[in-house]
Design a protein around this ligand. Sequence first.
Ligand SMILES: Cc1ncc(COP(=O)(O)O)c(C=O)c1O
Length: 380
Amino acid sequence: MRVYLDNAATTKTAPEVAEAMQPFFVEKYGNASSMHSFGEEAKEALENARQLIANYVNAEPEQIIFTSGGTEGDNLAIKGTAYALKNKGKHIITSKFEHPAVLECCQSLEKRGFDVTYLNVSRDGFVNPEDVRKAIRDDTILVTVMHANNEIGTIQDVESIGKICSEKDIVFHTDAVQSLGKVLLDVKEVNVDIVSFSAHKIHGPKSIGALFVRDKKQLQPLFHGGAQEFSLCPGTENVSGAVGFAKAVDMLSETDVKRMTELRDYLIEKLLEIPEACLNGSRENRLCNNVNVSFSHIEGESILLGLDDQGVAVSTGSACTSKKLEPSHVLLALGVKPEEAHGSIRLSLSKYTAKEEIDYVIKAVKEVVESLRKISPLGK
Ligand SMILES: Cc1ncc(COP(=O)(O)O)c(C=O)c1O
């Protein structure tokens, strides 16, 4: 059996999505900015896609900018705001457990004279909105805190953070790459100014995403070129990608979320039966598809490889940096001990995940953990 439980990394493109995209490669291949009928056909599809995505988050279509994915969206949101508002102030607030697309942006801005506050997160994986309030200074121009964490799945209180930012007239960006389709974010209800999305986490194609931008005047483009995407993300439009993204959004369903939640809870319950296993991140307020567990005395990478031998794909929180295995910055931010962080794996479900697959994975994890512990030099 082959089981894919790495859907937080990427998802399978839904066959319906691939089908919707197909005509835009070989028949309707016009440039959406051309004035002839081929161009008009492409432009219409692009604008329909924009409208559909806008409707989903309750935005206006002109507030949706297509990007090449979450990374580009985060860069445009953070650097674009920083450059546009640098005369107002140079202070940015973020958290210690953001995705590298956010953290690296902030670090690069620090080298350019900006000052960044990295907020602590609680042991169960939350940024306290009151910490955001306390960190705000007269020169704060931007707060960027993710909607849901990609490693542990905890869902942040963006509503409260947004309220604080709007009281203080500070731009609030949230990275909703992992939460799209899993937690509703109505941009008219929540005071978010900029939101990043990516299609490949919801069974859409890779390398297409979108940014919701409430007020485009508060953003500077990072690339310069044509007038596409309101001149904020210039370059020939990725029409097939946008069509696929919109189809994936159109297929999102609450029933799938409910099913994934049930399977996730079952998986957590069974994995925690393993001795010295511990769930990372709150059990409540967590993405419907995320399970992140640490097993004492063994390495996550060894578990991953052992599971891969059994046909099961998961991931570790660790990133292999310059040949040195670093424990996950997310787990360290939570206060997890480095040795525990090293022994963690993330299992992320999709709407296609079946109960039989979960049962197979539970059995495989139990076997792999047991056999690794028998030979572990780390304790047991
Ligand atoms: C929270 C978060 N932000 C940003 C990204 C980057 O998105 P993309 O792969 O579309 O560039 C990811 C992808 O893993 C993510 O999980």
